[in-house]
Design a protein around this ligand. Structure first.
Ligand code: S3P
Length: 170
C-alpha cells in the first residue's frame, strides 16, 4: 500500500488533516516536523534559531528518506520539504498538495505562531514565500483547496479523490 503524503504551504492544515486521514484509514501517521522535533529534543523554532535553516533542511532530508522507506503511512511534511525532496516524495507515495487563499493562511498563522521563517512582519513574509513557492506547490498534480472546509471535510475529499483514481486506501 502506497504512502499518502501531504504537502502545501504552512497553515494549510497538513498535520490536522493527516491525523484525521490516518485514523480514518487505520494507517500509521507520521508528522515530519513532530518527528524531527522529537528526535532533536527541541522545537523547530529552536532548531532554526540555534543551528539555522540549512541544518534543518539536511535533517529534514535525512528523516524523510528514513520515513519513506516504509509503506502504507500517512505522512504530513513540513511546508518546505518539497523544496529539496520532490523526487523522493513523488517516488515513494501519492503526493497531495493542500492549498488555501493567502488571507486564510495569514489568519491561521497569526493565531498559531511557531514558524521561524515568518518571524517579523508575518503578512509580508507569507506573501514573499508564497510568491517564491507558488510555482512549486502549483506543479503538484493533486490539489485540494482547504478554504471554508473543516479538516474532516478535507480528509473526506482526499479519500474521495483517491478512490476515484482507483487507489487502494485500506
Ligand atoms: C517550513 C514549514 C514548517 C516547518 C519549518 C519550515 C517551510 O512546517 O517545517 O518551519 O519552509 O515552509 P509547516 O508547514 O508544518 O508549518
Amino acid at each position: 500500500m502506497q504512502n499518502i503524503i501531504l504537502t502545501g504551504f504552512m497553515g494549510t492544515g497538513k498535520t490536522t488533516v493527516g491525523r484525521i486521514l490516518a485514523a480514518a484509514l487505520n494507517r500509521p501517521f507520521v508528522d515530519m516536523d513532530g518527528l524531527i522535533a522529537a528526535r532533536e529534543g527541541r522545537s523547530i523554532e529552536a532548531i532554526f534559531a540555534e543551528d539555522g535553516e540549512a541544518y534543518f533542511r539536511a535533517l529534514e532530508k535525512q528523516v524523510l528518506a528514513e520515513v519513506l522507506r516504509k509503506k502504507g503511512q500517512v505522512v504530513s511534511t513540513g511546508g518546505g520539504a518539497l523544496l529539496q525532496n520532490r523526487e523522493a516524495l513523488e517516488a515513494r507515495g501519492i503526493l497531495i498538495c493542500l492549498t488555501a487563499d493567502p488571507e486564510e493562511i495569514i489568519k491561521r498563522l497569526t493565531e498559531e505562531g511557531g514558524r521561524p521563517l515568518l518571524a517579523g512582519d508575518l503578512q509580508k513574509k507569507i506573501q514573499a514565500i508564497l510568491a517564491e513557492r507558488r510555482h512549486l506547490y502549483g506543479s503538484v498534480p493533486r490539489q485540494i483547496n482547504t478554504g471554508r472546509k473543516t479538516p474532516r471535510q478535507v480528509a473526506e475529499e482526499i479519500m474521495a479523490l483517491l478512490r476515484q483514481e482507483g487507489i487502494t486506501l485500506k
